[in-house]
Design a protein around this ligand. Structure first.
Ligand code: NAP
Length: 279
């Protein structure tokens, strides 16, 4: 039998756990081949109890003793990434996937460069996932660093594909990805809130409005994904002349919804650019 692929996941928070759960669920590897480094002891206990056989450790050094891992995922908050990279460099990490928002490939490579020459720095792939990864329906973009070869990119892609879809883009596009699909779930949740309130306004109870709205969003997304049709085609198909949907759409256009969405994505993209600039 082929040996299981080994992985270190540093940061056992929401995204770290989503990745671990996806990798186990899809059979990317077995739980005992993953070690999660999490500094909080209560969280370590939770992770170990929720994922049978999963290895947990308090530090990168502790996780690196014994069998070396083939690669590491950085899933800590951006402010903690430098310290984690330095620990990974000391542990001899060869391939690193970072999902930390706003931390550039350049910074990752610098922090991962080992003090002791001539050992080469780790191959780095930077990614921007989103929270639907928690239910295996994420949308992520990946950007490889200079030292990352095609095997490293395939490795990083495989990890994120365990929890959703993946596109490969140059790093310069990651701010736009952050503004679109990174922040995108929040836009959809805002729309969901507004629709539920509107359902109540026209006389439905809140639980009924919620059920109808959730299924409408889910069903519409599935129609888009499964038919491959353009949104404009699907919208035209439900808009009969002089009908109810035409009246509703006219009110949305009059309120400038289309332009508001463009401004939202532009503002989020610009904010991501600002946050990524060195202080
Ligand atoms: N959630 C999202 O929507 C999303 C989307 C795209 C990208 N991301 C990125 O994903 C990363 C993780 O986000 P998250 O929402 O999963 O955050 P989170 O829930 O706060 O998880 C981070 C975890 O890492 C732990 N940690 C911090 N420093 C550590 C260290 N040196 N060694 C080991 N563990 C350490 C934290 O412990 P403490 O709580 O004790 O600090 C925490 O449990 C972030 O960089 C974020 O930018 C998140």
């Amino acid at each position: 039998m082929a040996e299981a692929r080994t992985l270190m996941v540093v940061g056992g928070g929401k995204m770290g756990e989503a990745l671990v759960a996806g990798l186990i669920r899809t059979g990317w590897t077995t739980p005992d081949a993953i070690v999660v480094v999490e500094q909080e002891s209560q969280r370590r206990a939770e992770l170990a109890s929720r994922h049978d056989g999963l290895r947990v450790a308090g530090t990168v050094a502790e996780a690196s003793t014994g069998a070396p891992t083939q690669g590491a995922v950085i899933a800590v908050k951006p402010a903690d990434v430098k310290e984690v990279c330095e620990a990974l460099a000391r542990s001899g990490a060869r391939c690193v996937l970072s999902i930390a928002a706003g931390v550039t490939i350049d910074s990752l490579q610098r922090w991962l460069a080992p003090d002791a020459e001539p050992v080469p720095a780790a191959a780095v792939v930077r990614a921007m996932p989103n929270t639907p990864a928690l239910v295996g329906a994420g949308a992520a973009a990946i950007s490889p660093g200079r030292a990352a070869g095609s095997d490293d990119v395939a490795w990083a892609r495989g990890i994120l594909e365990a929890v959703g879809t993946v596109v490969e883009l140059p790093e310069a596009s990651l701010d736009a990805v952050t503004g679109l699909s990174g922040s995108g779930p929040a836009y959809v949740f805002l729309l969901a809130e507004a629709l539920i309130d509107a359902g109540v306004l026209v006389g439905l109870t809140r639980p009924v409005a919620r059920d109808l709205v959730v299924q409408t969003l889910l069903g519409s997304a599935r129609l888009l994904a499964e038919t491959g049709e353009e949104p404009s085609t699907l919208r035209a198909a439900v808009t009969s002349p002089g009908g109810t949907t035409a009246a509703g759409l006219s009110a949305l256009e009059a309120a400038g919804v289309r332009n508001a969405v463009m401004e939202a994505v532009t503002a989020a993209t610009e904010r991501s650019r600002e946050m990524g600039r060195p202080i």
